[in-house]
Write a protein that binds this ligand. Structure first.
Ligand SMILES: Cc1cc2nc3c(=O)[nH]c(=O)nc-3n(C[C@H](O)[C@H](O)[C@H](O)COP(=O)(O)OP(=O)(O)OC[C@H]3O[C@@H](n4cnc5c(N)ncnc54)[C@H](O)[C@@H]3O)c2cc1C
Length: 553
């Protein structure tokens, strides 16, 4: 038994084992009726307590007689004496700490009790049932210097195997992700707060060129065009760019995914041979011109016309009204060519929406005659992307420029398609957008992870309002409300990461048979995950107080 210079009696090991729980239970000066009921019931059942112990503990459990300040201090001193000499793993929970306190006050026979798993389980059960989750109260047991050390240790030494977790999350793309991590930390990709949109756009364009030089932009294209025919790699690169700058991810997606993807998936060999290599190196910057001012979601209602002229064997691309102008087109200011969607009219018959490659600028980057482009201006975000409006005034384009995989016009002016149903043809063409639906939520989730990392780390440093012993202020993350704000978001982020990995795998391995199901899954998950991203990032901002409002954060 330990010697006791105070006027309080020495406690038995059994009482010692429960002292940390009593300390935390009484720290807010309240023992609720359900807590009292539970404690009394458990105390009766604990085999390691004798009659005298039980009487003392029941006395301490009387809600109408809280422990005096002196008694409370005495408990703190006893707990500290043991706790301060213990390594962290032996005082992770109140039950662990209680066992150690009992051991230090026990004779050799009693040692068996305190090493028995049942004893620990019984204490853990009580701790869990009491819902003692206030970390701050627990940390108050320790002196400020040790508390700070513990927090540091907790921050820098997570209680799980980081390498194993990284490999699990990196999935099949561990090497590629590591390569991207190293690349993006290169000074060439140094992040800056650029308020002027033209500066930001130039930087993002430069970054896209650097990524292309690394051979990481064309990865989805066939080998003969500088790629690796690996859509999974493309999705992975896109996701990693989301950790850096979302303008970068979207610009990359527009050039290599939407523009390049439309040439790859809607075009045929003649287009691949002529353009794909240059698209993958960014020697041919292009855009994906689908949306119009008058029609966004309703793509079938597009007004742009692509009319076949049998006399010259050309197509005439035209915006018949102001509202038929293409709107919000990414890369519009940097592009030389636009993959343009419009109604295909041959011999007076409308065959529905098709895509055609329309050159819009010459080598010197001057707009071609008949093409008008306007900057969409500043947006709420993504100002590193040059979104613009484009109008076509009877632009003549060679017949070969029609992206003709699903619908073609021959030299005799005859339209043909392997897909008879216009509706099925339309949805097949829109299938080019599915890669984006799989990639965009992943980059969004990367941004969520960054925001959560900042908010959680901040909450582990930032202190507000004095704690019980008035010496130090309370850490934000020790407030249960703050935990409830951030921890469910963190858990959901993990869940969505696994869900999006599943989706990407299904998409990469899709067959004719399951492609409809995957498209539906992609549409649903994209909406759900990006709504979550918006909500989570806003919550993280608010959780950082005024600092969350700063542009640099
Ligand atoms: C940053 C950015 C980049 C973009 N880049 C490109 C690009 O590179 N190329 C390109 O072609 N387009 C691009 N777009 C355009 C984008 O594809 C359109 O904004 C999108 O298709 C929606 O069209 P809209 O803006 O006309 O909205 P609308 O279609 O007018 O929709 C407005 C609202 O009404 C809702 N709504 C519409 N129809 C229905 C309905 N039937 N039932 C219920 N609700 C409905 C929509 O959900 C939405 O909330 C970009 C947009 C943004 C914001």
């Amino acid at each position: 038994m330990a010697t006791n210079p105070s006027k309080f009696p020495n406690y038995s090991p059994g009482v010692m084992s429960l002292l940390p729980l009593y300390y935390v239970g009484w720290a807010d000066s309240v023992l609720s009726p359900s807590e009292v009921k539970l404690i009394c019931k458990q105390i009766e059942a604990f085999p390691f307590l004798d009659k005298k112990d039980k009487m003392l503990l029941l006395e301490w459990s009387d809600p109408s007689h809280p422990p005096s300040r002196k008694l409370f201090r005495h408990w703190v001193n006893l707990i500290r004496k043991t706790a301060e000499n213990l390594p962290i793993e032996k005082r992770k929970s109140l039950a662990d700490l209680g066992i150690e306190m009992a051991k230090r006050n026990a004779g050799t026979i009693d040692d068996i009790t305190w090493s028995a798993p049942e004893t620990k389980a019984a204490l853990q059960e009580l701790e869990k049932a009491l819902g003692v989750s206030s970390l701050e109260v627990y940390r108050n047991i320790f002196r400020p210097a040790q508390r700070a050390k513990e927090i540091e240790e907790n921050v820098h030494q997570p209680g799980f195997d980081v390498t194993a977790m990284t490999q699990l999350l990196d999935d099949d793309y561990h090497e590629l992700r590591n390569r991207m991590r190293i690349l993006l930390s290169d000074p060439a990709f140094h992040l800056q707060t650029l308020r002027e949109k033209s500066e930001h756009r130039d930087v993002v364009l430069q970054w896209c060129k650097l990524i292309a030089q690394q051979g990481l932009a064309a990865v989805a294209y066939p080998l003969e065009y500088g790629g690796k025919a690996n859509m999974g790699d493309y999705i992975c690169v896109f996701e990693m760019l989301g950790y850096h700058d979302l303008s970068f991810a979207i610009k990359f997606g527009v050039q290599f995914g939407l523009f390049g993807g439309s040439v790859l998936w809607l075009g045929t060999k003649r287009h691949h041979d002529k353009y794909l290599k240059d698209i993958g190196t960014l020697d041919l910057p292009g855009c994906f011109a689908m949306t119009e001012t008058g029609h966004g979601s309703n793509v079938r209602g597009l007004e742009t016309t692509i009319t076949y002229d049998a006399d010259t064997d050309e197509f005439i691309v035209h915006s018949p009204t102001e509202a038929a102008g293409k709107e919000f087109i990414g890369n519009a200011l940097h592009s030389k060519m636009a993959s343009t969607f419009g109604q295909l009219i041959v011999d007076g018959i409308n065959h529905g929406v098709h895509a055609i490659l329309v050159p819009i600028r010459d080598k010197e980057h001057r707009l071609l005659e008949g093409v008008r482009v306007e900057d969409c201006g500043y947006k709420l975000g993504l100002n590193g992307i040059d979104n613009g409006r484009i109008w076509f005034d009877n632009i003549r384009v060679p017949r070969e420029n029609l992206l003709n995989k699903f619908g073609d016009v021959d030299a005799n002016g005859k339209y043909s398609s392997l897909i008879e149903s216009p509706s099925r043809r339309f949805f097949t063409m829109l299938g080019t957008l599915v890669g984006g639906r799989v990639s965009v939520p992943r980059a969004g989730l990367s941004a969520t992870k960054t925001a959560l990392t900042i908010a959680i780390k901040y909450a582990l440093k930032r202190r507000q309002f004095p704690s019980q012993d008035k010496n130090v202020e309370t850490l934000l993350l020790d407030y249960p409300t703050h935990q409830k704000r951030l921890m469910p978001l963190l858990a959901k982020t993990y869940a969505l990461d696994f869900a999006l990995t599943y989706l990407a795998k299904r998409y990469v391995n899709k067959t004719e048979k399951d492609s409809r199901e995957i498209e539906t899954l992609a549409a649903g998950l994209k909406s759900y995950a990006t709504w979550f991203t918006t909500h989570a990032i806003q919550e993280c901002r608010e959780a950082c107080g005024g600092k969350g409002y700063l542009m640099e954060n």
